[in-house]
Design a protein around this ligand. Structure first.
Ligand code: ADP
Ligand code: MG
Length: 227
């Protein structure tokens, strides 16, 4: 599902963010990526979104070699990869329904499908009743649920989340992580970057620890190791 073969990313000013990382994630896995600030976690996510090009090495995602993907093939590739960020990134002048429907409009789904799929997805994230609310009328936890709904409404094979609970209190953080787990249980491969050790310890998942651009630890089924 996700394969990195000796991938390095050196930023223009010479900052080596990822240093010869080799990594395999199977279809259907749930993986936490932890590590201190600046260890390369977000760079890894951005490489997987093809927002960044690797300096060296090969990335293969969903059967596609990202290195050789043509510009015009990128939108199609990204349809298969949902993404959630710490700061939600919702459209504040649109309501909940429109925020989620927008992702379907972008990929030109027919209206009858949007009308079925958006409420179904809002129900899954527990926001069926709030479909007419604006993001500003929702709690942080609810806003992140909208962002998760938007990320999965097109049924991606992979869901990437970069510190999705970074702005949430412990209760909402736990609920969001449970939601990501449920999405994983339905077959989506999930990668979650987080700083929240307490939360990682509550979920018995594979934990990859990044340290200065390399994988310092890769532990199956639970166990956060201090980098
Ligand atoms: P993390 O998400 O683990 O905090 P990042 O992937 O954001 O780490 O950053 C890894 C390293 O790359 C850091 O040293 C950071 O300063 C550097 N870096 C990140 N983005 C850029 C950029 N756009 N230009 C130059 N250096 C960057
Ligand atoms: Mg980061």
């Amino acid at each position: 599902m996700i394969d990195l073969d000796h991938v390095s990313k050196v930023y223009e000013k010479g900052q080596r963010a990822i240093d010869s990382v080799t990594l395999h994630v199977d279809k259907g896995e749930f993986v936490f990526i932890v590590g201190e600030s600046g260890s390369g976690k977000s760079t890894l996510i951005r490489l997987l979104l093809k927002e960044l090009e690797p300096t060296k090495g090969t990335l293969t995602v969903n059967g596609k070699v990202l290195n050789t993907l043509r510009h015009r093939q990128i939108p199609n590739y990204r349809r298969g990869v949902g993404v959630v960020f710490q700061d939600f990134r919702l459209l504040n002048d649109r309501n909940v329904y429109e925020n989620v429907a927008f992702a379907q409009h972008v990929i030109e789904r027919p209206n009858h499908e949007i009308k079925r799929r958006v409420p179904e997805t809002l129900k899954l994230v527990g926001l069926a009743e709030k479909y007419r609310s604006r993001p500003s009328e929702l709690s942080g936890g609810e806003q992140q649920r909208v962002a998760v709904a938007r990320a999965i409404v097109n049924k991606p094979d992979i869901l990437l989340a970069d510190e999705p609970t970074g702005n949430l209190d412990p209760r909402n953080s736990y609920d969001i992580m449970k939601l990501l787990e449920e999405i994983n249980n339905q077959g989506t491969t999930v990668l979650v970057v987080t700083h929240n050790r307490e939360l990682v310890d509550k979920f018995n998942k594979r934990v990859i620890t990044m340290k200065r651009g390399v994988i310092a630890h890769d532990v199956e089924e639970g166990g956060y190791i201090e980098a």
